[in-house]
Design a binder for this molecule. Sequence first.
Ligand code: UGA
Length: 439
Amino acid sequence: MKISIIGTGYVGLPTGIGLAELGHDVICIDQDTAKINALKHGQTTLYEEGLADLLGKHRQTGKIRFTSSMKDGILGADVVFLAVGTPPHPVTKEADLQYIFAAAKELAQYLDGYTVVAVKSTVPVGTGDEVEALIKTVNPKADVDVISVPEFLREGYAIDDFFHPDRIIIGSDSERAKAKMAELYAYFQDKTQILYVNRRSSETIKYASNAFLAVKIHYINEMADFCEQTGADIDEVAKGMGLDKRIGHRFLKAGPGYGGSCFPKDTAALAYIARRHGVNMTIIEDVICQNAARKKKMAHRILAAVQDITQPKIAVLGLAFKEGTDDCRESPAIEIINELLSHHVDITAYDPQAISNAKKILGEQIRYASSIDETVKQADVLAVLTEWPEFKNLDLNRIGQLMAHKNIVDCRNMLDKQQVLNLGFTYACIGWNCRKKNK
Ligand code: UGA
């Protein structure tokens, strides 16, 4: 099938490359010409495991192409995916739909023959109705169905998630559109559940799922605070809880609070939509507020570890909002660093992939190191802020020798507590307090 994808970000690009791998003819459209030129030359514009290899492969097979021209991208398409950003409004936090509407208006002019326009961007309930009305206004003769196909890819695992989804949701009442999507996703027919629902339910499923996961993370973080006061260990508690199939292990990892371009934005947008509809979502409202406060709390935990030192040097491992990505949007690490900077400390940070994106936010306020050794040299405390696998097996003997003080605050519970303590470090982590344990 001929597929057009508008938007080559963290959703559009992996989706396009995944569909090309399934054998479809894909053309990705983006108005950012620099991005399109890079992609045309086989350079990936974001870091995602496996993406570069598949991009290289399908530039050869010709299954994926790139263009900045909406006309060239849309003509002849069977399915057009809208995968543009829906950033939060700076004040109200509602999803800003200007890019969706602009793309819908423009693509409408070039629709020829029956086309399914599938909204993949995360949008408030009812947006599909507005997109359809807009297309019909611009091009009253268009033979089109607008459907909702929400995206559930996680950054850092996008390619794997594309090929192994827990479910595919298709929101439409049109039998023609459903048949087209069944053809598009034929590969998944006997591998995963394809659920057909109405468009508004589909739009809601996306927000409801992300908000639920954010609540789950916040719940385990609150339980971690409880463990710190009671001598329990959150990792053991989460393991014990997760064995109950009704609860499950995933998204029970306590940490510095959730971040990224999705959970903070989508919980805020959901709360806004709910308020507009007169529904009081107290759980979501509280989680948003507590999650923001948690990052400040983490910064103060790091400051507490160096409270006796004047002009402390802080070493930071991790800048991305999670492992496996170069994305720093709403990264807990960045928010923690910003709070630390307001206390005039000296910071050196390292991240395997995210330094260039972190620089765009933090500029020259901190130093960026190119290795772990360089980061920890002469530091008074080491703060682990992102869960990169390479931070799991740190050479702690060497790190202890390089640091000015053997002091670690592990906000991702990555290190083996007993080993760290045996090596003579002062150690603070999440949801476990060695002083309480020894009482
Ligand atoms: C999230 C959802 O998991 C995807 O299903 C969805 O498609 C995506 O948003 C989206 O809406 O586009 P993503 O933001 O890439 O994916 O990352 P997650 O793996 O969900 O992590 C989000 C945040 O929660 C990170 O800061 C992570 O460190 C944190 N987290 C996650 C925890 O603190 N504990 C956990 O157990 C899991």
